[in-house]
Design a protein around this ligand. Sequence first.
Ligand SMILES: Cc1ncc(C[n+]2csc(CCOP(=O)(O)OP(=O)(O)O)c2C)c(N)n1
Ligand SMILES: [Mg+2]
Length: 587
Amino acid sequence: MSHPNVNTLWAETLVEELVAGGVEAVCVSPGSRSTPLTVACAEHPDLRVFSHLDERSSAFFALGRAKRTGEPTPLVCTSGTAAANFHPAVIEAAQTGVPLLVLTADRPPELIDSGANQTIDQEKLYGDAVRWYRDMPEPEAEPRKVRMLRTTVARALSNSTGTDPGPVHLNCRFRKPLEPTPVPADHPQGVPDDWADGDRLAAEGRDGPFVSIGQGSGVLPDAELSAVVSAVDAADRGLIVAGPDDGGLGGAALESLASATGFPVLADPLSDLRFGPHVETMPVVGGYDAYLGTEAVADWPEPDVVLRFGASPTSKPLRHFLRDADCRQFVVAPSGRWTEATFTASDLLVADPDRTADAVAARVSDACDPQWTERFERAEGTHWETVQTGLTGRYWEGGVLADVTRLAPDPATVFVSNSMPVRDLDRFGRPRAGDLTVCGNRGASGIDGITSTALGAGSATDDPLVLVTGDLAYYHDMNGLLALGRCGVDATIVLIDNDGGGIFHMLPIEDHDTFEEQFKTPHGLDFEPTGELYDLTFERVPDRAAFADAFEASVGSDGTQVLAVTFDAETSHDRRERLQRRVVDAI
Ligand SMILES: Cc1ncc(C[n+]2csc(CCOP(=O)(O)OP(=O)(O)O)c2C)c(N)n1
Ligand SMILES: [Mg+2]
């Protein structure tokens, strides 16, 4: 096949290998230097292109898709600050182990540090946040170089999705002409018809990915497995803790582990295990955030072994409960990354969670003391009963999360913003058998790309998409709303508007003069015009009954509806505290 110039050859080959490696979609932002990549993406018949005007939103959108699918949606941008705008999402992907493949366009090397326009130092721009970085050589119609390009794409995909998934950055340099403009074969940027000189591999690649990279998933050696089994067998009071982004522990493996050990399962709302069909057949503990660390459990004995999956739990009371448990604590993390910031874990098991859970379950012979499990079951019963009564009366923020969890269709993808929404979900999101995929950005806990990440997740599934966000998070990523129309995503957006960062009321700064202006930052913004601007329905919801009606109507309809509920943050805190008091007293 003839190519008008070497950039076309290079970019088409790169995109061909992405598709051969399983990539189905890319996020592309406009710019000149990235023209070869953009054109190659847009013209590939098997690739869906999500066009984003704002690179920051684009990267969060790709992050959301990857969270939902486990596969990368590559990112393309031009040179300069465009690439820097990917950085927040790259950091979030690094912290939570989400695949992200960043393709930044750049100028030829001699123009770095020369005063050339839109030219910055893009070498290792994201520092340690990426799992792998390559500064790509300039395109050339040379067989070995083209085989290198094909190999590099396969390695980039593998390095972003492997046992320690995360972001990968390829800096792609292009010299003009950037457009698919024909240049003579003897021009430095030209491609002679016989460039590959019979090198079929360079010219055509292989049927499928150029390099198939197999990565094993960790299986524990027998001695290590025996150590876990002995600790579990010896324990009277064990716990299974499923943290956020659990690294792949599924409901079935969890069920076998829980039934073999008799251990209570404490499931974080972001673990994918708080909700799901397994909840029908096994008790899942979800109310712990309200009663652990309080006098309700002061006379409970400590656990004597803990099996932890996934990242550190969202709940501070649970983290502190585990910190104070002086016992053997196994953390199963297939990536080998450390995810336990109290430093009380005693064993890190770099192994596949499902296989580990199944293997332990198959060998355990001695289930734990049933009284221990009953304590949790009783506390849970009391917690959810009390919460139920605490939701009556005037509507408040916690009630919204309880209602969203209860009313979300089965299946649904639910994205929760940082700050109070994720905390309220943790405390008031009752485990249910509905297939809810709950996601959040808890790696770096930024409030900057929430809407885009949610819409990216929504773009990857036919599930109804629900986003629950605070007003500052909504403000922060208003640009992200453009993806609703441009990328064809529908959502139910629940906007909890308490006019500022309600979370800061929980901190001692609340009592200082600077609190309002510098921390809570009430803005007085009316978000209703976002309805007209982004072609969505903006609806103010006055109370709980109206919320339930509007929510059910929205998840059952097309288009995007923002359901805005206004609250006073201080009153909501007061309700949280009073409700917790009642739970503790009742237990
Ligand atoms: C990008 C970024 N900037 C600042 C913060 C610090 N921060 C954490 S929560 C928060 C307030 C969030 O307000 P809102 O989204 O309205 O939620 P609420 O606190 O009211 O529940 C801020 C500013 C952050 N996490 N991320
Ligand atoms: Mg707020």
